[in-house]
Design a protein around this ligand. Structure first.
Ligand code: PGA
Length: 249
């Protein structure tokens, strides 16, 4: 059975006080026992969040990291630093990192290696832009993003990889992929994995959907056989909505 995951990506939202308030509200919600629930606050609030939730089942994860363990990279945070806090999961390859900070597949391959080396599980994000979908190139684009950043890995490494399909046209836009579009792509992703690593491995990797996922559409999306959960942006900033989504399986 694949792990079900609902991860909240807070992006650049919530200062320290707001982080504490939202965590207090999250602790009051009913946490589903068969779903891994995670939140990704900003770096400045990670330590606070980690400590506030250390006796809770909600995992605190990071939104990004650098590929080097240390060095002259002003403003960056390394996997070694995250590990020293006790952080065990990092989001890599989010489309906002790709679009605004020029993160390429090549760079992401290095970040993935660095995370795994530090025993940090990776939620690896990818997804096509609207123009790719319109020109029916979405499968090529997604296939290449996965191959370029992950296919140098040994099969063993996929124990610590979660995939997150996030069509760029659905992120923060209110527009969601239909449950069928999500299922079609997730099934394509699983086939891409199976072609390279075999069916057993492909069946074992959790694939999340992200992009305007909310309480009103999560149930239908999560009911699809190849959708194992969600990476949630906007709706993760409200405790009630976030937990309604986590309880949508
Ligand atoms: P959204 O963001 O839910 O606000 O569309 C999803 C994401 O960027 O992970």
């Amino acid at each position: 059975m694949r792990t079900k995951i609902v991860a909240g990506n807070w992006k650049m939202n919530n200062d320290l006080a707001q982080t504490e308030t939202l965590i207090t509200e999250l602790k009051r919600q009913n946490n589903p026992s068969d779903v891994e629930v995670m939140i990704a606050p900003s770096f400045t609030n990670l330590w606070q969040a980690f400590n506030s939730l250390k006796d809770d089942s909600i995992e605190v994860i990071a939104q990004n990291m650098h590929f080097a363990d240390s060095g002259a990279y002003t403003g960056e945070v390394s996997g070694e630093m995250l590990k020293s806090l006790g952080i065990k999961t990092v989001i890599l390859g989010h489309s906002e990192r790709r679009a605004y900070f020029n993160e390429t597949d090549e760079l992401l391959a290095k970040k993935v290696d660095a995370a795994l080396k530090n025993d940090i599980r990776v939620i690896f994000c990818f997804g096509e832009e609207l123009k790719d979908r319109k020109s029916e190139k979405h499968e090529d684009v997604v296939g290449n993003q996965i191959k370029n950043a992950l296919f140098h890995l040994e099969a063993e490494a996929f124990k610590n990889i979660v995939l997150a399909y996030e069509p760029v046209w659905a992120i923060g836009t209110g527009e969601t992929a239909s449950p069928e579009q999500a299922q079609d792509m997730h099934s394509f992703i699983r086939k891409t994995l199976a072609d390279k690593y075999g069916k057993d491995l492909a069946e074992s990797v959790s694939i999340l959907y992200g992009g305007s996922c909310k309480p009103s559409n999560a149930k239908e999306i999560f009911s699809k056989p190849d959708v194992d959960g969600g990476l949630i942006g906007g709706a993760a900033l409200k405790a009630e909505d976030f937990f309604a989504i986590a309880n949508s399986f």
